[in-house]
Design a protein. Structure first.
Length: 183
């Protein structure tokens, strides 16, 4: 099997040229990718948080990783339902949070590692959430440097598509310069 760096470089190049990915599932079986994923997430605070099973990072071994890979190879790996918990919000309400098992977190991280180089370059430069080397600080820097003519912002948090399309229609009919790429 190819070196993981070489494989990820190939995925990145195929994404840049809009070519389809091939044999992704086969590449998912690479132990080196699992060891990379383990190295990335084992330090996280949530690594010791149990999902619906008692499995956590401290029970992980090369044998456990090989077992997961074998289950994937035989197409017998089963995702475990997440443990639902609720965390408090500043306004006194609670929001739901799903906590997966450690094995599921590990497989998810391997999938993210495989797919991110392919899809990352397709995202808008204005998108900052859940992306490598981006976040709220890079978004604020962009606003400070590029949105110099903006004097106000409107933030709308909508739970349905009707509200979003109504706001978009208002933006289009107002003749104002759009404040976001979506408006």
């Amino acid at each position: 099997m190819q070196n993981a760096n070489t494989l990820l470089s190939i995925y990145q190049k195929r994404g840049a040229r809009s070519l389809p990915l091939e044999r992704v599932y086969r590449h998912l079986l690479d132990p080196e990718l699992f060891l990379r994923a383990y190295g990335k997430i084992y330090r996280n605070y949530g690594a010791m948080t149990t999902g619906t099973t008692s499995e956590t990072v401290d029970g992980t071994s090369r044998k456990r990783i090989d077992t997961i890979i074998d289950l994937l190879r035989m197409e017998r790996y089963r995702w475990t339902p997440v443990r639902r918990t609720y965390i408090a919000k500043a306004n006194g309400k609670r929001r739901p949070l799903g906590i997966p098992t450690w094995s599921d977190k590990l497989v998810q991280e391997v999938l993210r590692t495989l797919l991110e180089p392919y899809y990352e370059q397709r995202f808008s430069d204005r998108s900052h959430g859940f992306r490598p080397n981006r976040g709220c600080h890079s978004a604020l820097r962009e606003v400070q440097k590029k949105w110099t003519g903006t004097t106000w912002f409107i933030e709308v948090i909508s739970k349905d598509a009707t509200t979003t399309s109504t706001i978009r229609s208002c933006c289009e009919s107002s003749g104002e310069t759009s404040m976001t790429p979506d408006c």
